[in-house]
Design a protein. Sequence first.
Lengths: 667, 323, 254
Amino acid sequence: MVDVTLAAVTGARCSGATLLGTWVSATLAEPGYFSWLETGLLLVGIAVSLTLFFWRFGPILRNIFRSKKDTDFSLAPVGRRVWDFVWEVLCQGKVIRQRPLPGLAHAFVFWGFLAFALVTTNHIANGLRLGFLSPESYIGRFYFLFAAAWAVLVAIGITGLFIRRFFVRPIWLGKKVSIESGWIAFLIFLLMVSYLGAFFVSPGGDAVRALWWTHTLTLLVFLPLIPHTKHLHLVISPVTVFLKRAGFSKIPPLHGDEDFGLVAGKDVTQLVSLQVYSCVECGRCTEHCPAFNTGKVLNPKEIILGVRSYLNELGPASEVALLAEARPETAFGETLSMEAAFECTTCGACEYQCPVGIQHVPVIIGLRRGATNTGAWEDTYGTKLFLALEKNGNALGLSAMERDKFIQKEAFPIFDGTQEYCLWLGCMGGYDPKGREIISDFARVMKYLGTTFGVLKKEKCTGDPARRLGNDLVFQTLAEAGLKAFETAKVQKIVAICPHCVRTIANDWREYGIAPEIEHHSEFMARYKDRLPKQASGESIVYHDPCYLGRYRGVYEEPREIVSLAGTLVEAPRSHERSFCCGAGGGLVFLGEEKGERVSHVRAAELAGTGAQVVGTACPFCNTMFRDALAEMSKTPPQLLDIAQLTARALPEMHGLGTRDQGSGER
Amino acid sequence: MSGVLVVMEQRGGNWNRMSFEALAAGQQLAAKLGVECSAVVAGDGVASLSAELTGKKLAKVFTVEHPLLKTYTADGYVAALEQVVKQAAPAYVVFPHTYQVRDFAPALATRFGQVLISDVIAVHDGPVFVRQLLQGKLNADYKQTGAGPCFVSVQAGTFRADAVEAGAAAVEAFAPTLDAARIRNKPGELFRESAQTVDLSAAPVIVSVGRGIGEQENIGIVEELAKALGAELAASRPICDNGWLPMERQVGSSGQTVSPKLYLAVGISGAIQHLVGMKGSKTVIAINKDENAPIFEVADYGVVGNLFEVVPALTKAVLAAKG
Amino acid sequence: MKILVAIKQVPERDAQVHVAADGKWIDESDLNYTINEPDAYALEEALQLKEKNGGEVVVVCAGPERVTSTLREALAKGADRAIHIEADDLGERDTLGVARILADAMKVESPDLVLTGLQSDDLGLGQTGVVLAELLGIPHATIIMHVEVTGGGLKVKRELEDGWFQHVEMPLPALLTIQSGGNKLRYATLMGIKKAKTKETKTVQAAAAAASPAIMLERVYLPEKQKKTEMLTGTPDQVAAKIVEKLKFEVRVI
């Protein structure tokens, strides 16, 4: 054995190189032999630890496997799953990128654990007299030092996280400070210290044995604690990330005559069970939730934990309703409320942020489905919306003749199969004065580019608000009618100004058929950016990423290219994947008054706060939400223009194009 | 069987003014057909009302009196009028289209194997009776094809009450035979709802104010107009958000949905969130300084002008007209 | 309590109407049909009465095959049974004729209460309920906002002109025509539609038209005045005078 003595280390004048030199030649000190008693004790310890582990883990696994099967699940595309696994789990990509400093600390701990895999195995094997890594061999020496380096990083990381949780106390981690997390942190720290300590003691002494047993006992205590705490994610979250439903915010189809959504425990599927048990309670979802940030009851983390509590308390076969209106005595009674479920704008920020693969939006919509499909949700505005969709085929309850009048006034060609594109108006484009302006301007852009297009004679709503509010009856009726309309008219390509229409037609309608390919007008215009005029306005334009275009569809650059043509692009503090919702989504724009601050006002203030002269939008709903909000903020608010309007204002007056009177956008 | 019989309506000794429109209609129909026109008043102690009709150009004024007719019941009125119609044997029975008539006239017509031609907006030669179908989208010509008296009710405002011709008429008392046991309903007293909360959905006339009003103090001029018209005051969202008017007066997608006879939009642009709350109004008058304001697309009458001038002028004119 | 609700299937409110070639009715080729909205309120009232007092709600509809979809919707909203009176010749019957076939189907059921909407969205005569009551020989009340079941029968709130109301006490069986807007309508749910599949729809044939109709719809045509925005111009006083004139004679609120 190479001789390393404490004296050599402490006695030497500490020049870094000398120390390092001394260090590098060090290696792990291990007990030379184990008595049968010790081995026996170890075996007993392992047995007890494993038993306690499975005592808790068993029921959890049972709950997951006993949950309803996911009928729409398929392993393909495997490539995507592998990539997500590599990036999110192995590289800790999301963990670090979305919360850099704590994320890095956590990454250290995680990578450290991976690095320790062999070490720990060998450690236990030693105790069973089956050790395979010798501290003297080159591999052994290298590996133990490698692990030691990681141990230092882990120790630093876990200390940092401890300080954050117990002293900085960010509210996202929960109102109550989690004592158990403190114990886990302590145990991890102890594991590292007891490992590192073995480099500084001489082999063969009692200290070595003491350290070894400390390390071992810590391991044996740690193991059963895993399934009892949120550290269960150590075991299952890699699986959760791998098995995520393909597609962001993918809403699973209902199956059979008895399926109405997440009504009770028996409707919770295996995937959802797996996900709720993976929750690490980090609160990243809640941190970015527009509802939570404006004083509403909804807390995405608590929804997930509420479902978990339900499963723990009542199990996956229970018929008791999930939404807790009738069970105020339960722990999850407050958070799994109908009120909370219907405050969600489905912006997806929660799902986007989750580092362990929990998909919040399908859960919340599932809860809404359970309430709406069974008639349990009795809301004046909701009912009005559903009746309007049933009777008038549009979300505003207006007569379809209003849309006809608009088409006639603008002299839009009717789609007859000869044109390249079908221009989809949508409810806002067809009936809202501002939406109509956006359509008119976009039509001018298309005419300028020489693209042929036509509008459908009759349009019904895509059903987006019904879908997000959980009314599958109305949604199915509208989706099937829409698919048939496209088929009858022989439409091949669709372009729309509304990201909600685009999302619903491209993705949600798949449950009932495949629609023709559809794109958003930003994607269309970006393709022709070289032919669109470059404006020298020098105006500063702050672009707001719509949730359904950004997070849902991954379209970030194309609208920016259009904005850059019209002026100078300015970014809002929260942009791209972190864009803060305008508040209209999830059908909420059709519902009544919201509690707390108005989401639209918070975002409008943020946008106006950049000092930009213009607020650029790419969604007619964002546009309508900001219009009132900006007007209320100041007497001279920034101009509010859609990217179509920004583009059309620079088009030359062509025959048949007409001019557009660009008012202040404020009426 | 000949002649026109007009059924007048009274309650508690007071006329329902629409009866005189029906009277004018009956007289004009009788004149066109060259036949006589008579009237009938039912109730208890209505002699003075009948006396008023003696100065009109009528053949007879039937006064149908009975204690059981003091308060209106469908059973009582149908039984009594059935007897009168059998005796008078008119070819046409004309009613004003009131709530009360809707309640009993169809049953009366059934007793004669007839169907009431209700809510008539015009009478053409034939006679052909014109009604509206599909919420006013179409007009329809109705004719009687069966034998027996033809029952018709006329819509308010179709004929003018002041067009009733004067003349001389004789009063004929008629005592119907009524059985108390056959009157099955027990009507209670009339009452009005206490106006605790603002129920815009019940208001027949609404004056609504929007951002064009500028300042909170200016709302007063719109309140004056509302008072003059006997209308309820409502507002678009921004006004309520500012706290200038209570939230319950908000009309729009997140407020109340209204469908009054008249909706006067003052300084309201007509954003979709507001339009969906008032698009069901029968008549919309809009005052806005912006000729491109979307509100004009749903208005029946529009004024592009300064509301601070138009509204006070309108208030003055309304008060003058009401006298 | 057995409640029968007479519902009618009418062309969608929103639909653009074209006069048929023969001018006697509208062109039905491109039409979508739906439940008559006032009848939806009658159905809602019936469902709420059932929820409060127990019993059964049976919906009755006369018409061709296509009315079965409206009956299904009514079942989906919560009605227990449906009766389809098959009749392809409703256009040739008048109110009395239609009420007769409804009465025939209803007599067999011996209902405690019959509800109908105030009037229909297409013809708008507003009489079928009253005529039906007369044929069934039961008392009726119209334009009802609120219904309460009492020991001896019903206590209903009747709407009158000018914001007046009246309570009326009535024995059962009785018929009521329900005012729109009294209750909040419920939306059809997925669960309701699924349950509707298991509920009974009975089909009966309408008796042949007994006599020829008393009144006939001769022809339909577009009214001369279409809805157009009339802009009023002039000085404020002139405009005010013009408005007052409209208020007096067109709108009739003064």
